[in-house]
Design a protein around this ligand. Structure first.
Ligand SMILES: *Cc1c(COP(=O)(O)O)cnc(C)c1O
Length: 229
């Protein structure tokens, strides 16, 4: 068995086990995070059944987007610079990193130009870490009001990252708060629109699922360590 095949099978088993421990009975969608990994790894994962991939940088996504010959759902999950939004909107099925009012407005404007309604997740910085991007939780109402007024973005849910605590159990309150905010968000939009709670990465996805995540974004556990160049 190839390494990716073996690792992916193990990740799927762990997702399923965590799902069974969750009180929410949710289904869990895997986004395979392919940043800094070659196109061939992405292709292999898709052949193995992965249906969604996630990239952080528009330029890297564009290279793969142009080269890939297989169907897949494209997630963009890295902090977006304003001048990259046009390209992002042209490619992404879901932009998970709508992390400021300004970027929401820019996504709306660029989507409008091409007649698209762009699906987005609002990224919240729940732990308040200074190094992290994301809307402050206190600004949720303002963010939702802004989103509702923009006709070319459709908010599908919430994305967050927990701090990289050594003791992974410490992430639990962060994910619990995210789930609670997501539940509040649902009440603000038409039935069914807020359907995605994206949280959990390689080191903490099991806790995230136990706390209600229905989308996890996993790179390292599938593809191995990233080599930054
Ligand atoms: C890189 C990244 C991931 C995947 O991280 P791993 O620890 O490799 O699983 C998930 N989400 C975001 C936003 C990322 O930047």
């Amino acid at each position: 068995m190839s390494e990716i095949k073996e690792r992916l099978a193990h990740v799927m088993d762990r997702i399923e086990a965590a799902r069974k421990r969750s009180p929410y009975g949710q289904k869990v969608t895997l986004v395979a995070v392919t940043k800094f990994h070659p196109l061939e790894d992405m292709e292999e994962a898709i052949h193995l059944g992965v249906t969604q991939v996630g990239e952080n940088r528009v330029q890297e996504m564009e290279e793969k987007y142009k080269a890939l010959k297989l169907p897949v759902i494209w997630n963009l999950q890295g902090h977006l610079q304003k001048n990259k939004v046009k390209k992002a909107v042209a490619m992404a099925d879901l932009i998970q990193s709508a992390d400021s009012l300004d970027i929401m407005k820019e996504i709306d404007r660029r989507a409008g130009e091409i007649g698209k309604v762009q699906d987005v997740l609002l990224e919240f910085n729940i732990s308040g870490e200074e190094s992290k991007h994301g809307l402050p939780p206190q600004s949720m109402k303002e963010a939702l009001d802004t989103a509702k007024a923009l006709s070319h973005i459709r908010v599908k849910g919430l994305m967050c990252m927990a701090p990289a605590y050594e003791d992974v159990e410490k992430t639990r309150p962060v994910f619990r708060k995210a789930h609670s905010m997501w539940t509040d968000m649902k009440k603000e939009f038409p039935e069914g629109q807020i359907s995605i709670l994206s949280m959990g990465m390689t080191h903490d996805f099991e806790i995230a699922i136990e706390e209600g995540a229905n989308m996890v974004r996993i790179g390292t556990a599938i593809f191995g360590e990233r080599h930054y160049h």
